[in-house]
Design a protein around this ligand. Structure first.
Ligand code: NAD
Ligand code: SER
Length: 320
């Protein structure tokens, strides 16, 4: 049976996607790869692990041949804030990465997952109930690479019959690995700081409304869309998905239901605030719900309870 290759596997998503895929398909069948050297304590992404730079086509070809890869989850990319700080690097990693992955997928008949984003939309996109098919004129380099990636994936599907599938993911909230330079990172940071220090300084304004999703729902969505029968998919790249539309103030209030004294200061970072202000407030994900039965399990309340319980457990375990 062929293997599953994950690029960018040491990041926020990969640190949880790799164990989820291994639990389902077997450890040996899931090959975690990243540009970074595997840190000794990264138990979640233990072997099989390989160093792989997705901008180097030869490395991808060798990995796909060596491990007999049939599916690629291509996670490697620079996120919105990191990309805005280094636009040339972001273009090179995000675009060369997806192009090389698609080329290797064309040569070896691999299925490809591409994680697009709410960042694929821009200020001229309808902000509420953002439709599946709508205006996509992003004003960030991250968004430009996501729209181009979506289109390239669709092109490879229609021109070369590569089985590409994608999601427009919202901000992902998790506690396992730190987020990697995005505009929505504040949400994951808020939970950690609430638990550790009882206080957080948020880099977005209190009322900035964006789509969010708890990581277990995101993992389920990624695996589910790849599993879906091709005939059910009216879109490939990429489906709108969301679980909640929330502001920093609402997340802080949900945390206060468990940690009453939690205090938040707001010191908006102009770059990340401008990025957030250019994105939708709430996606319409009804097509994903209809086509492949997408349904999130966690709303803000359920996510908050679960994260704080798990962070508390890990703090107790670390102390004993
Ligand atoms: P992350 O920044 O946490 O991880 C990205 C990983 O890619 C890092 O481990 C990094 O070392 C690796 N990487 C960077 N350059 C590389 C290269 N040249 N070759 C191989 N690996 C390289 O990102 P993430 O949050 O895990 O996101 C993964 C994907 O999902 C990205 O494409 C991102 O745009 C998309 N996405 C993420 C979110 C989110 O909230 N986390 C939301 C929407 C979309
Ligand atoms: N969470 C991501 C970011 O903020 C959205 O794609 O960059």
């Amino acid at each position: 049976m062929s293997s599953i290759l994950v690029t960018g596997a040491l990041g926020q998503i990969g640190s949880e996607l790799v164990p989820a895929l291994r639990a389902r398909f077997g450890t040996d069948r899931v090959i975690a790869t990243d540009l970074r050297v595997l840190p000794s304590r990264a138990a979640a992404v233990e072997a099989p692990y390989d160093h792989l730079d997705c901008t180097e086509p030869q490395q991808l070809h060798e990995a796909v041949r060596r491990y007999d890869v049939g599916t690629i989850y291509h996670l490697a990319a620079l996120l919105s804030a990191s990309a805005e700080a280094a636009p040339q690097l972001a273009w090179s990693v995000n675009m060369a990465g997806i192009y090389n992955v698609l080329e290797v997928a064309r040569a070896y008949y691999c299925q490809v997952f591409f994680p697009s984003s709410i960042g694929a939309f821009g200020p001229s996109t309808p902000k509420d109930a953002t439709p599946q098919v709508t205006i996509q004129r992003p004003t960030t380099i991250y968004g430009v690479t996501k729209v181009a990636g979506e289109l390239l994936c669709d092109y490879y599907a229609s021109r070369f019959e590569v089985d590409t599938r994608g999601l427009r993911l919202p901000g992902l909230v998790s506690y396992v690995a730190a987020p990697g330079g995005g505009t929505t990172d504040y949400a994951a940071e808020m939970f950690l700081h609430a638990m550790r220090y009882g206080r957080y300084t948020c880099f977005l304004q209190a009322g900035t409304r964006l789509d969010m999703m708890y990581m277990p729902d995101a993992l389920a969505a990624m695996i589910q869309v790849m599993d879906a029968k091709a005939g059910l998919l009216h879109h490939r790249n990429a489906y709108n998905v969301t679980a909640m539309s929330v502001t920093p103030a609402e997340i802080a209030e949900a945390i206060r239901q468990h940690i009453p004294g939690f205090a938040v200061d707001y010191e908006a970072d102009p770059v990340r605030q401008a990025i957030a202000d250019s994105w939708p407030r709430a996606l319409d994900d009804s097509e994903a719900r209809q086509d492949w039965s997408w349904a999130p399990r966690y709303d803000l309340e359920a996510m908050t309870k679960d994260i704080l319980t798990r962070l508390q457990e890990s703090l107790v375990a670390a102390r004993s």
